[in-house]
Ligand binder design. Sequence first.
Ligand code: S3P
Length: 443
Amino acid sequence: MPNKISIKNKITSFKKSIKVSGDKSLSIRWVIFASLANGVSQAKNLLLSEDVLAAINGIKKLGIKVDINKNKCRIYGKGINGYQYKKKIIINAKNSGTFGRLILGLLVNASNPIKLIGDRSLSKRDFQRITDPLKKFGAKFKLNKNKNLPLIIYGSKNLKPIKYYENRGSAQCKSAVIFAGIRTKGITYIKAKKSRNHTELLCKYLNLPIQIKKKERFDFIKVNNVKRINPINYTIPSDISSAAFFIVLTALSEKSKLIIKKVNVNTSRIGIITILKRMNVKVKFSNIKIYKGEKTADIQVQSTNNIKAINCPTKLNSGAIDEFLVIFLIAAKAKGISYFKDLSELDKKESPRLQLGSKILKSMGIKNNVTKNSIKIFGNPNLNINVNKKIIIKNFLKDHRIFMTSVIAALSFGGQWDIHDKDSIKTSFPNFLEIIKNLQNND
Ligand code: S3P
């Protein structure tokens, strides 16, 4: 089977209600917390993608038993100090920056060295952002010469709490330090630029010793040594980062309407909604609920004709960081020039997304000026790619979001697209293409 898809026609009008798969950030965090609990935890609707399976295999390497049965997953935690550190353990985080970085926080007291490896994309990503603060707790590291994977962590018996300033708006950095703080006697202080706060919400829900003070741009977090974690049964809500592809597809398609059920709409994750609303996109929430500290809602969206350009405020960046590629597609159809800035983190993801996003737009005939940390997009409200124009998307880092964004662009704007690396969707959204297919069934 070829690992690419060819799209030659725009999608036709649709009116549907769909469910996208479970949230990746929450799935990985649930796996980690469950692995530390005293007893059996169960999750429903866990995202069974390669990133989450890498997390499951990772905790199995640390001696934790896991059962997966259809849509249910059980993890048999052995308590906060229940990891077994056998000699020569190798943990493979594959493509998952979240698992690779978060687990290091919990290995700061490992009694044997542990090697962390990843796939080609993860092995290019910066791990010094994690190893620097974890060294201050007392852990030691052997990193490869580019400060990335493979690395070896040497835990310490004499951990000391730290004061940490997180200024990138990275939830992975913040969470790794919270996990190390959980393992360390005394109070760890964190001043963190706003970023997704699932780790903190789960700590709160589990009654762990964490305090959070929210200020306008930063959160001030205090965390103390944790002695016990209760099992946690959780039904994972859907992922707004997966819903994003369908929100954008609907907005850009003719005479279409979509409801996406039970999506996690935590305020630290809904940057895309704020941005799209400011661009005139008709999108709203209904059926809002709170589930174990997290907010969920159904997202309703419809075709939008008069899209406006945006000068995107940088304070919205971290809440939309995984969604910018599809937001750029909305900007491509806007009236006027959109400007997105202070986005250097975007080139540090699974692939250099700012540069590749610019390339995709150019191949669609959309003028844009890209720098190392910003992009100006010259929108065209009448954008319609010539039916004979061939566009080939091939990305050697096999970035799942580049693949899915290209599919949405092809279905929205037309042209003859060959999009490679179809398998990349297994990372975060294995049934993405199936949902697209069902949108086109007129039942
Ligand atoms: C994530 C945090 C973000 C995001 C990633 C998932 C998380 O990364 O891009 O897909 O689950 O904590 P950073 O922490 O690097 O911003």
